[in-house]
Design a protein around this ligand. Structure first.
Ligand code: F6P
Length: 495
């Protein structure tokens, strides 16, 4: 099993003499004003949670957009701060954007164009020239911040994260295109990559691909995303692609593309799940009133239309209708963290989720029992782990998802091996987590039956499946993901 130590070692060996810089839009630590003074918080979402342990293990600099209202007061004159605040291990370099810049770059092109373009959920991408210009402009801001960080270095390794930064690799390589400094860069794209027939609809498809091909290595979660990407490169840029080696010749170099399924820190989650505080939360979740719930289901999401929350509620409705013996006995707790609420489709989704839950509750509720408990906001970690541990079933019903780390987190927290994971076949995680109960979330009838199958499953069967899932997540943890990525970077940086 890979550990932080292995990551430290491989970084030392493969990136010897290189300054390590990671870049993402979302920052791992956010300073916020609260009534009790300035607090440093961590955001919802898999990317930062997955990469923070890596940065803590190997140090370096993480460049990211400053998003907290107390961020500016908590940096030095180079916009840097050391994090985590209670045990500083690496440097966070903040990049500033005005409200208008964030609107065009983050809420605009990143999340109304690229997000819908890359997720196969039939949400039309918005093709708006001013979003595109804003995206280009903000990529330049990130590129400038990185260039500033490496100006005194001979060699630098830059690791770009996600779809917000497709253009920055080319900008940085161009700005540093002189003999004095060697730059190796890699990009991990945390969401799916669409097929050519979809991607070609983007008016700026060519520039996006060229921006990314400035990297030495490009990573996706699944092989299918790599093949989609290469077929876009082949057909849109007319470049020779080697599908066997997953590589493309570009600008007198070879750019490699490979799949690396991201994961979590299994041991940390599993250990924290055994804490006494979590036991207390388990009791609270199981018996908030005098009579304990017989069956508990849990869902944990960023509120996003790709997560299939409405479909999940519809399946619960059908399940209670078709299997009435669960009425009064089954409660589904949905913890939804609001996200990207300035975008109209996200704001209306939140209302729709509330309305759907209310309608279903109205249809079935008796006495104190309601089938759906919708909690808006982020739970404390003890509450979350308590829910995971006590739940009979965790439902991840993404309509399309790069990976989905909630699925893996639930498995790591399930130390009693009593829970079942009901997982959408359209989440990247389904490729590895074969012992989950897999569903098509669009098929409400099948989905309702799958909830019944999960709850009816024998204790032995649940245990057998959970043991296999736990072994798989333990083996393929976040450190393995980083190890494999850096190892591959070391291999491809020679050309
Ligand atoms: O799943 C894609 C992703 O960008 C993750 O990498 C990230 O954790 C999550 O979405 C959160 O998104 P945002 O930064 O917009 O809150």
């Amino acid at each position: 099993m890979y550990s932080a130590e292995d990551v430290k070692k491989i970084v030392k060996i493969k990136l010897k003499g290189y300054k390590f810089v990671l870049v993402s839009n979302r920052e791992p630590y956010i300073h916020m004003h609260t009534p009790g003074g300035v607090k440093c918080k961590t955001p919802a979402g898999g990317l930062t949670a997955a990469l923070d342990p890596l940065m803590q293990a190997c140090g370096g600099t993480w460049g990211a957009g400053g998003s907290g209202d107390a961020d500016r007061e908590n940096v030095d004159k180079h916009n840097r701060t050391r994090v985590p605040p209670d045990k500083p291990e690496y440097t966070l370099k903040r990049v500033w954007m005005s409200k208008d810049e964030v609107d065009k770059f983050y809420f605009g092109f990143s999340n109304q164009t690229l997000w819908s373009l890359c997720h196969n959920v039939f949400e039309k991408p918005v093709y708006n020239k001013s979003f595109w210009n804003g995206y280009r402009h903000s990529n330049k801001l990130f590129a400038n911040a990185v260039t500033e960080e490496i100006k005194n270095e001979k060699n630098a390794f830059i690791w770009f994260q996600d779809y917000h930064l497709a253009l920055a690799p080319k900008m940085i390589k161009k700005a540093n295109n002189h003999k004095k400094r060697k730059i190796v860069s890699a990009h991990f794209w945390h969401i799916p990559w669409p097929p050519y027939l979809v991607f070609r609809t983007c008016p700026w498809a060519k520039e996006i691909l060229e921006g990314m091909l400035a990297n030495n290595l490009i990573g996706f979660h699944l092989k299918e995303h790599c093949v989609n990407f290469l077929s876009c490169v082949e057909k849109i840029l007319d470049l020779p692609v080697d599908y066997k080696k997953l590589a493309v010749a570009y600008d007198e170099r070879r750019v490699f593309v490979k799949n690396f399924p991201i994961s979590i820190d299994f041991d940390v989650v599993s250990t924290l799940a055994k804490k006494p505080g979590v036991k207390k939360e388990m009791k609270k979740a199981r018996s908030p009133n005098k009579i304990p719930y017989k069956y508990i289901g849990v869902g944990v999401d960023r509120i996003d239309y790709t997560k299939g929350i409405i479909e999940r509620f519809k399946a619960i409705d059908r399940f209670l209708e078709k299997y009435p013996e669960y009425q009064n006995n089954f409660v589904f707790v949905e913890a939804g963290a609001p996200s990207r609420t300035r975008i109209p489709s996200y704001a209306s989704l939140n209302d729709e989720i509330e309305k759907t839950a209310e309608e279903i509750n109205w249809k079935y509720q008796t006495g104190y029992w309601k089938p759906i408990k919708y909690i808006q906001g982020k739970l404390s970690y003890d509450e979350l782990l308590g829910l995971y541990r006590t739940a009979d079933v965790c439902i991840v019903s993404s309509l399309h998802d790069g990976m989905n780390l909630v699925a893996k987190e639930f498995i790591a927290a399930n130390v009693d091996r009593t829970g079942i994971l009901l997982l959408s076949g359209f989440a990247g995680a389904a490729e590895e987590l074969r012992e989950a109960v897999i569903v098509n979330p669009f098929d409400i009838e099948e989905f309702a039956d799958a909830i019944n199958t999960s709850l009816k499953m024998s204790r032995d069967e649940k245990k057998k499946r959970m043991n296999a899932l736990r072994n798989s997540v333990k083996e393929n943890n976040i450190y393995k993901w980083v190890y494999d990525f850096i190892n591959e970077t070391g291999r491809v940086m020679k050309g």
